[in-house]
Unconditional design. Structure first.
Length: 364
């Protein structure tokens, strides 16, 4: 049986060979010793690696290491999202601009100095259970509802080009000052026995953007209902057609390139909630900090779902002018489901819609 040289001796020999380039090449005996060393160490390692204990230990180590790496990455992601969420919550969105009023503000003046943050894609969120299809194209959606006047100016930009999106149809809907949505009759939405609410259209409407990708609504500051912070729903439609009765048609009317929600500073909400008829609402008020959809929209760096605003007078009671920019993917397609539809004969409930929300809970 051929005897192998001792490992220390062989290691010394190999070191001498490789440590001095330019010397004579190794002899045949030295090369054979090197090959024998490699065969020996490979056989030893192969033998060890084939044992079940080594395999289990290797698998456990790899699994533990990867789990720890995954945990670290998720923790960092939550920390980043949480940090930005806190930043949005702590930001005062009241503008110091004094040149804006409901009568003289134009889209070109409001959005003249947009920052690069306007090109951050807004996260898509739930459409909620109370979207009504077929709403009217109109700018004033107050319908005589009491509350704080709100003039809302929204600009849409293409997230890929940061350029305005003109001729885009978009719509809003929100609850009234006491937390009730128009156009639907469902549990959790005011008096569910009041079927006449199907024919109500307050705080709902469609607008088309101008050459600056913007347009305005005149509405009232929304109230609140249990489980949700104060908000306004927004849906944008591409490839929709305006009919002679001022409603939308076409595939784009039933789909969307953006589904989102807009929010307000908590301080502003508190000022509004102190006024009549908001103060008569006995439903629990959910803060922005506790609203899951607010957190979802504010989880991406640069995405801020809170509108900027100025007071039109000495107090909030005189009205609020608010504005924001929404970046959208114009090639996106999102499915919408209507709780009801507005027709020439009034509102018609969609029997297949979950109009009352999951388990009859308050709407989203």
């Amino acid at each position: 049986m051929q005897l192998l040289p001792s490992l220390p001796l062989l290691a010394a020999t190999l070191t001498a060979v490789v440590a001095h380039p330019g010397h004579a090449p190794p002899s045949a005996a030295e090369l054979e010793a090197t090959r024998a060393f490699k065969r020996s160490t490979h056989q030893r390692y192969s033998h060890c690696a084939s044992t079940s204990s080594i395999q289990r230990r290797h698998a456990l180590h790899s699994q533990t290491r990867r789990q720890q790496l995954l945990s670290d990455l998720r923790t960092q992601l939550r920390r980043n999202s949480s940090d930005y969420f806190s930043t949005v919550l702590g930001t005062d969105h009241q503008s110091n601009r004094t040149d804006l009023t409901s009568s003289n503000a134009t889209t070109s003046t409001v959005f003249a100095s947009n920052s690069s943050s306007a090109c951050v894609l807004q996260p898509e969120v739930t459409i909620g259970p109370y979207w009504v299809s077929g709403e009217l194209l109109r700018s004033n959606v107050t319908d005589g509802q009491p509350g704080v006047p709100l003039y809302l100016d929204v600009q849409f930009v293409n997230v890929d080009t940061c350029q305005p999106v003109p001729e885009l149809f978009w719509e809003i809907w929100s609850c009234n000052s006491t937390g009730v949505y128009s156009g639907v009759s469902a549990a959790g939405n005011g008096n569910s026995d009041d079927t006449s609410n199907l024919n109500a259209t307050f705080s709902r409407g469609v607008q088309q953007t101008d050459s600056n990708g913007a347009s305005q609504f005149t509405t009232i500051f929304p109230g609140h209902y249990t489980g949700r912070a104060t908000h306004i729903h927004v849906v944008a439609h591409a490839n929709a057609t305006l009919l002679s009765n001022n409603t939308l048609s076409g595939g784009g009317a039933d789909g969307a390139i953006h589904i989102g929600q807009l929010f307000f500073d908590q301080d502003l909400i508190s000022q509004v909630e102190a006024l009549q008829p908001y103060s008569t609402n006995t439903q629990n008020l959910t803060l922005n900090a506790d609203d899951s959809i607010f957190a979802e929209e504010a989880s991406s760096q640069g995405s801020d779902p809170v509108v900027e605003y100025v007071l039109l007078g000495d107090s909030v009671q005189d009205g609020v002018f608010a504005w924001t920019t929404i970046a959208v993917d114009v090639g996106a397609e999102y499915t919408t489901q209507a709780a009801a539809s507005w027709t020439d004969d009034g509102g018609v409930a969609n029997e297949s819609s979950q109009g009352q929300g999951p388990g009859g809970a308050p709407p989203s």
